[in-house]
Design a protein around this ligand. Sequence first.
Ligand SMILES: [Zn+2]
Length: 785
Amino acid sequence: MLTPRRAGAALALVAVVAATPLAAQQHPRPKRPAPARHAAPKIPTPKSILGFDPGDDRKLPDWPALVRYFRALAEASDRVDYRELGKSTLGAPFIAVVISSPQNLKRLGRFRDLNARLADPRTLSTNREAEDALRDGRTVVLLTSGVHSDEVGGSLSPVALAYRLATDTSAATRAILDNVILWLVPAVNPDGVSIVTHWYNRTLGTGAEGTSPPELYHHYAGHDLNRDWYAFTQVESQIVADSLYDVWHPQIVMDLHQQGPNGSRLFLPPYLDPIEPNVDPLLVDGDNALGSAMAWDLAGLGRTGVAINALYDAWTPSRAFAHYHGAVRILCEAASADLASPVDIPFDQLSAGARGFNPRERSWNFPQPWPGGRWTIRDIVGYQTDAAYAMLQHAAANRSEWLSNFLSVGWRGVRGWRGWPYAYVIPKQQDSIALATLFAVLHHGGVEIRTATQGFGAGGSRYPAGTYVVSLRQPYAAFAKTLLEPQVYPDRRQYPGGPPERPYDVTANTLPLLLGVTANPIDDPGHLQLSAPIPPPRAKPGYPGFGPGVAPRVAVYRSYDATMDEGWTRWVFDTWKVPYLSIVDSTVRAGGLKARFDVIVLPDQSPHALLEGLPGRYPAPFAGGLGTAGVDALRQFVQEGGTLVALNDASRFLIQTLLLPVRNVLEGVPDDEFYAPGSIFRMELDTSAAEAHGMPPKSIAWYEGGPAFDVLDSTQVRVIGRYPTDPGALLLSGWVLHPERVAGRAALVEVKVGQGRAILFGFRPQYRGQSVASYPLLFNSLQIR
Ligand SMILES: [Zn+2]
């Protein structure tokens, strides 16, 4: 349980402020200039720039067209300002628009400063200052869209919403503009808008119409781009954190997404359990209240099929940065069509197996089922836009609650929670790249890093002056704590004694384990002298052996059935300056690989997807995978002395196709007999092996549905990494059921094949660009000659 530690002066201040009568907190309604009747017609309609109305069947904009629209809208409307915040991974403009009343837009700097003070209550020295900030502030809302580019309503709904807010003269819209400052990010992944739209237009009218593009829609992260909200590996997430969250400190963050076609028409919070325990309960109440209120508004508009408290939990911080920064997070998931092509969904094809509700039955969290029928891009845009508008109405009508609760969350962070450590101490003498990675994450998250100005003792250890200290008495302490501590995921079952209940994402996020850094929690040592916050130390990633003239010739297999793990592999190699070439099916099938490459990396992908690739409805050269010709070419490559490196599930592909003398002990094992959906395991290494060169004998493995190995022929197979024989010692963070299934089994093996070798990873050594501790195993594997 999270309980405030003590009621000090800080709490008293909040109490005084909260007790101020509501009426007294209302900002006197600013005098509005006479309505500019002639101005409205000048506002460009979406159609005048995009060439179609948002919601027209089979019409999608590319990114340059959307940029043109938002620029033109801002030029014409005194309610809209346009900002370019940076460049995307592939160099496109990353934009945001801010929408509010013309009076508010003229004084944006003042509102930013007021809100920053509410975000960090240590800057409020008197009750009066707090009252002023609460009275004069505006609710700050961040609305993000298009992080998943094939959820194409996300490209169009921001246009429809912005146009409505720029032109509507109703009292409701005026209340929104007066009380809310809306930061709208029309695409968190600008590159993907064009990737999907170009593919869609190219395949319109063909058998591939409505399919996903045969490449990742984010150059490195693909769909995982919205799993990057604590690691901040990608420039897009860095821009949103640094330019919006850390400057504007929104009270509400709404993110537009789409789900599968056969469930609810729209999902809104409350989330399902489990809620990650460091999330302030006041924010959970806020999720529940706002999501429910939005669902109520949508029902009033005649929108059916809206589900709350379904499918989505709130465990991983990788998708929920807002929850650690004082903001309520509204995940909004509309049902999909086939990109912008309509679909027909008979009622009896709605999925009865949906989690938390049944789309064919009325229930408290799904009071009005959708009758089934045609579902189009116009429906998606309509639901998303109405939901966003409902959110804004709530943000406007309840401005004082939003601001005072936001201040309370900040105070509770500064004061600290009962049962939390006082701080984490991080010794200075550690791997500089790992330390820099950790501190960059905390810095993007607004966490202050300090150093001890004198030596001190805590928890039975002595720490010298200069030791890094991350206090858990600061506004964003919860972000630091959840990333620094091991996760204990609750043992949740579908029914008592039944199979595990699948979490929405992974269950572990402990950065010290992933990075191989020591960070120790301490109680208050009483007289700890700390520096002012310091800038995070920096270090340039790099690994020996990849310089010009000495680097191995590395190929990374790139399936047209694009996998995120392939993208992450490229990101890690690009970031750590490991040279490589991407190779596609035709290159592999053509054979002669040994003449061109020393090593071929097969990223995590199922044996079936590697072999078969995309289905036949895709045009050449995208349909079909490696096929038997590809398998033959890989066999020849390794026979002739090449090294094949297989990651996670791709190891099963090599075991099966090359008939390796290794058995996957988890082959066909059901979830209730072994389960670990993204957890950090302990792994013991044979450090005399070249693959483990420079590694400590005890390290970590990011385990996520991969194989674990039994050796069938020890003359051919060398075990490099092994899980501990004590099942109780396996799990370091997250969740595992029946650890005895893998205890003592091999996690990383080298198999001799002809003149060459296959190196099989049963885990993900470069997990989402985070598991720096196990990178050397991958880098070393590329260098074995
Ligand atoms: Zn999505």
